[in-house]
Structures are given as C-alpha cells and as structure tokens.
Ligand binder design. Structure first.
Ligand SMILES: [Zn+2]
Length: 652
C-alpha cells in the first residue's frame, strides 16, 4: 500500500513537471486595477477609516460611461441586503438576531476624479442587476461625464469609513483579533460582455481584475499584522500607533489580519533548486504547539504544488491560524478556511490528533487556491465550481500523495473540542476527501455550471464542493492519471493571471486527453441530473436436460443522468465477461444461453462513475452478502450512538 502510493506520487511528479510550459508560467498580470490605500483601525470603536486612489484602465474594445464599485460590507448592514435575504433562504436565521453593533457598514465620504475637487458622490447610485433588490447597497454605479476609452485610464480619489462586524463570512472581529477582507471600495470587472460586477451574494465569493496594491495599515503599536503582499516599511507614530506599509503586485485582492496576540513564525521553503517561498505564520497562543505541524504541512504542499502546477505565483505566503469557534452565536462565524492572494486563513482545533486531517486539509485546500482563483482568476460569482471543484480535487489528490497512510476518520463532539478517532476507517479520496457519503444524501439541485449566484441557497455548497470534484474524479477515472495531471497543469498555466472560464477548462482537458471529453463534462457538470444505475434482477430458466441455462440480466437507469458503464458478469464455472452499456435507455437486458449460470453482476466495477448516488444497487449476487456491509459500518454507527448518549447525559 505505502509503496504503491509512493510510486504513483513519483510518477505524477515527473509528468507534471514535464508538462508545464515554463514560458506560460513566467507571465505577469496585465494589471488594470491599481490601488493606493491607507486605512486606520480604531479598536475602541471597531471602525476603519480609509483614503486612497483607484486607478483603472479600460481593457475592453468599447468606451464605458459608467464605473461599478463593490461595497461588500453593506451586505451586513441590515436584514434587507441581498446577502441577508439569501442567508435566510439558506435556512440560517440566527444572523437576524445579532445586535446592530455587531453588524457592519461601509460609507463613502469622498469620491472625486483624482486631483480635482468635483464631488462625484451625488452621481453614485446603488444598483441591483442580479435581483432588483432596491434595498441592497453592495454595488454602486458611477456615471461619468467623459467615457473612458479603450486603453485609457481613470483615477478616482476615495475616502470611506467602515464598521468592522462580528464575523460574517470569515470577515470581522473576535475580541481583539481582526480579519479584514473586501474592506475597501473595489472596482468591478468590465469585459467585452459588459460589467461582470455582481451584488454580494450569500453563496458566492469574488471576482476582480489584477493590479498593484500599495497599502498602509495603521494599528496600535505592538499589534501583529499579516496581509496580502510584502511589508516594505513600518512607521511608529507618537500617538501609540504604527503604520505597516505593504506592497503586492499581480494580485486581485488585498486582505489582512491583526491582533496583539498572534505569535509569528517565519520560514523559507525551498520548493525547487532555484525557487524559495517565504512563509509567514501568525498563530493564536492556544494553538502554538501546532505551529511546526502547520509549517511542515505548508512546506510539503508548496513543494508538491510547484511540481504539479509550476512555480508559486508570488514570493511570499502569509498563513493565519485564527481562534477556534465553538459557539458561533456568541463569537461570530469562524474566520478560518479562506483564501486571498498571498494570504490564507487556515485553522485547527485546540486538540488535534496526528491522524486527524483537519489542519492539513484546510491548509492544502487554501494553498491550492493560491493557484486556482488567486492566480487563475476565474469568476467565483458565476463559476464557483471552477475554483472550488478544481481546488478540492487537487488538494485531496495532494493529501493522498503526501500523507497516503496517515489519516483516519474523525468525528468531533462538544463543539469540536473532543475528537473521536475511527482507526479502522482510513482516509480515502472519495469518502473523506470528496465527502461521497454526504453527496449521496444530497447531490445538490443545480448543475455546477449554472451561474453560482443563481444556484439554490440550500445546496450550492454540495453542487460546487462535492459534486464538482466528484465529476472531476469521474473524469480522472475515464482519461487516466497522466492525462488528468496534464489537464489540471495546462489549465493552471494557460489561465495564470487571466480570467479563464469553463470553455478554457474544457479545452485544457480535451488537449490533454487527446480526445473530445466534452460529453463527459456536459453530463457531469453541465446538467443537474443525478446518476443511479442498478441491477434490477437476474431471471434464469434451465432446459429440461439441465445442461443449458437461459439467463436474463435486467439493468436499469433509475435517475435522469446518462453515462456509459461497463457491466461485469460472472458465471458459476468461473468465467467472467465485461459488457458495455451506453446507459441511455431506462433499462437494458443482457441475455445468455450457456452451460453455466450467472452468479454475479456488477455495473461499473471499476467505479468510474463515482457520482452514482446508490452504489449498493449496482451489483447482484446469487448469495446475499449483507454481513460484509454490516461488518464495515457497525463500529462507526455504534460509536456515534455512544457519543450521542454521552452528550445527552452531559447536558441533562
Ligand atoms: Zn475553497
């Protein structure tokens, strides 16, 4: 087991490094959205006061007479925002009970053309192109007197104040720990189809153009700061504050965190003979014993990603390990598990057994996001599967390759404080990586390629985080490891510092597979259909002499999804045949007139179609084998029951 896994890891490394075109990964961004920002955090009032200049260049072929600005923090201003309404639809009403002081707001206090005194604020209107919600204030449009011509630039001077919320969507404050993301007026993306700037939705993340950020962050002296970019200077002021000056190039966002309590670790990771990355870890004191585990996992992941996807896009990565949330109602939501360019929020628990992948899983996932979305800047508002699905598939492959035998299933109790291990259930990519069992219970209501913000608020996470990587796993099992590795690397190289879409992913797959796989991507990602193939029955009749058996195998397609499958048939003389079924008709019969009797039938024996929601009906055996299944699942069920009873006993 260990040796086989190691060999496949080594094979992947060779293939990946040979398949990356060095010139393609050497590109830099055509940065057209550049920011010079200064912000001061006042912890006493939890306010942020900012000024800055936004310089934007029109990259399209058409003049534009409007600009669009995201004001994300207005999503948490009141219950009328689209974000809050969608969260209620998602079933979460707890946010409605938060006191007003725990919500947020961002208000522009000045908006002018650079170096002029003309006040543009009266020309700013809130727009709601997605849902027409007149009360939503997360997207604003500015009408210009003079259009910005193709290739021309415009500079705006802005000033704003914002209130930092108790954490919503991984942004906010807990005690004196601040995680500050999408905190400034941010210009939308204009392409040849028009403005691709959306309101802030509960289920979606972000989309922005690349640029350079020069940012000064003023916080109390002595507080630790981590941010996108590299700190260039630090100015200590007489009033007890310090300004940390950061610069980041070729990024499309800038996030930061600050706390007086973070412990800092810095380590240079040599990812290749001529390449190193400076890793900066900011960790909470109660997690301090896990710092080495973070740094070693980050090193292993960075090295593996460099082999597979080419050089890390930037010279530095900051990792923040925030406080563990045990009571979201009192503490706000967790800030852990989120990616921004050059800056990720990781996460662990106070107690984290060595065999629990919680720390490594989130770290591998968020570092992989540095390639998919931070560098390969797909539109997360419309195509979330392209970064979440691809990232989940890649990071679970990494976990399998880097730690092939280390992790086991772990359930957590008492708000996550107590970890219960199941040593007999080893980590496996489909089950613990892609959460196959959760997917089977709820596969999601939408096709992953449906624009993300239009997907059901109740199941979008299943669609993008479970179904999409399982679809990619189905692709891998169809085209093979080599082609899959090339496809992902090709997509990463071609899309670096650009805004690729689903068609670019399909092209990377087809070019890497050497054949047209569009049908597979359409079937698994392009439709909401679920898949369920079953062996319905095997009917046999013997002739009177008893030397011939007529067997009819009835196969059924029980769900709308269509996918070609192999059918493995075994006879009682030991003979085996593999049939192909295109899977299109609602049912299909296989007929045999043989000396031997059919003893076993299995649809998709190689388990290519991991999206099949009922695996148990895929096979038929002349002798039932229920005992095997019971043996496997009973221990976990009994342990779960035991803990339900213990938890109950604790509180009653
Ligand atoms: Zn993600």
């Amino acid at each position: 087991m260990r040796r086989a896994a190691f060999l496949s890891f080594a094979a992947l490394l060779c293939l990946a490094s040979s398949s990356i075109d060095a010139q393609q990964v050497d590109v830099r961004a055509d940065g057209n959205a550049n920011y010079t920002l200064s912000a001061r955090l006042d912890p006493d009032t939890r306010t942020l006061t900012g000024v800055g200049r936004i310089t934007w260049r029109n990259r399209t072929a058409t003049p534009t007479a409007t600009l669009r600005l995201h004001l994300y923090w207005n999503a948490w201003r009141d219950l009328d925002s689209t974000w809050m309404r969608e969260m209620a639809l998602e079933g979460d009403t707890s946010l409605a009970w938060r006191p007003a002081r725990d919500r947020s707001a961002i208000d522009l206090t000045a908006l002018r053309l650079a170096d002029t005194t003309t006040d543009l604020l009266p020309r700013l209107t809130f727009v709601a192109p997605d849902d027409g919600n007149a009360r939503d204030r997360t997207l604003a449009e500015l009408a210009l007197d003079t259009p910005v011509d193709p290739g021309e630039s415009i500079a705006l001077d802005v000033a704003w104040t914002a209130r930092v919320p108790r954490t919503f969507a991984r942004t906010g404050v807990l005690d004196r720990d601040y995680v500050v993301a999408h905190w400034f007026p941010k210009i939308g993306v204009l392409d040849d189809r028009g403005w691709r700037a959306s309101q802030f939705h509960a289920s979606t993340e972000f989309f922005a153009d690349f640029g350079t950020y020069d940012v000064g962050l003023t916080v109390p002296t002595g507080w630790i700061v981590g941010a996108t970019g590299i700190e260039r200077a630090r100015d200590v002021h007489d009033n007890g504050t310090t300004t940390h000056r950061y610069r980041a190039e070729d990024v499309h966002d800038f996030a930061w965190a600050t706390s007086p309590e973070f412990i800092v670790h810095e380590r240079r990771v040599d990812v290749a003979a001529d390449r190193a990355i400076d890793v900066r870890l900011l960790i909470r004191p109660e997690h301090a014993p896990q710092a080495t585990r973070h740094l070693e996992a980050a090193r292993d992941v960075l090295v593996a990603l460099d082999r597979r996807l080419g050089p890390f896009p930037w010279p530095q990565l900051t990792i923040v390990d925030p406080a563990t949330i045990v009571n979201p109602r009192a503490q706000g939501e967790s800030t852990g598990g989120m990616e921004y360019p050059m800056f990720i929020m990781a996460g662990t628990h106070w107690s984290n057994p060595w065999v629990d992948d919680a720390l490594e899983d989130v770290l591998a996932h968020e570092i992989t996001h540095q390639y998919f979305q931070s560098a390969v800047a797909t539109d997360e508002v419309r195509d979330a599967w392209l970064d979440e699905g691809v990232t989940t598939w890649v990071s679970d492959e990494l976990i399998d390759a880097i730690w092939p035998t280390r992790f086991v299933a772990v359930d957590r109790y008492f708000g996550g404080l107590v970890a219960w291990r199941y040593p007999q259930i080893r980590w496996s990519r489909p089950h613990l990586g892609f959460s196959l069992d959760t997917y089977r219970v709820e596969p999601g209501w939408d096709a992953p390629t449906t624009e993300t913000w239009r997907q059901s608020p109740r199941t979008w996470a299943h669609t993008n985080y479970l179904r999409a990587p399982l679809a990619l796993e189905t692709l891998r099992r169809t085209i093979g490891d080599d082609a899959m590795t090339r496809a992902i690397a090709t997509f990463a190289a071609r899309g670096r510092f650009r805004h690729p879409g689903p068609a670019d992913f399909t092209a990377a797959v087809n070019d890497s597979a050497g054949r047209d796989m569009t049908w597979l991507l359409d079937a698994t990602l392009g439709r909401p259909d679920t898949f369920d193939y079953a062996v319905d029955d095997v009917v046999t009749s013997e002739d009177q002499a008893g030397d011939r058996v007529e067997s009819t195998v009835f196969l059924r397609r029980l769900a709308p999804g269509v996918f070609p499958v192999d059918v493995h048939v075994t006879f009682d003389d030991g003979r085996e045949v593999v049939e192909s079924w295109d899977g299109a008709a609602p049912w299909h019969a296989l007929r045999y007139d043989e000396a031997a009797r059919v003893t076993r039938v299995e649809i998709d024996p190689a388990r290519v179609l991991v999206l099949d929601v009922h695996r148990t009906n895929n096979s038929w055996t002349a002798t039932p084998r229920a005992a095997d299944a019971a043996h496997r699942w009973t221990p976990r069920w009994v342990a779960w029951l035991q803990h339900v009873l213990l938890t109950y006993g604790f509180f009653v």
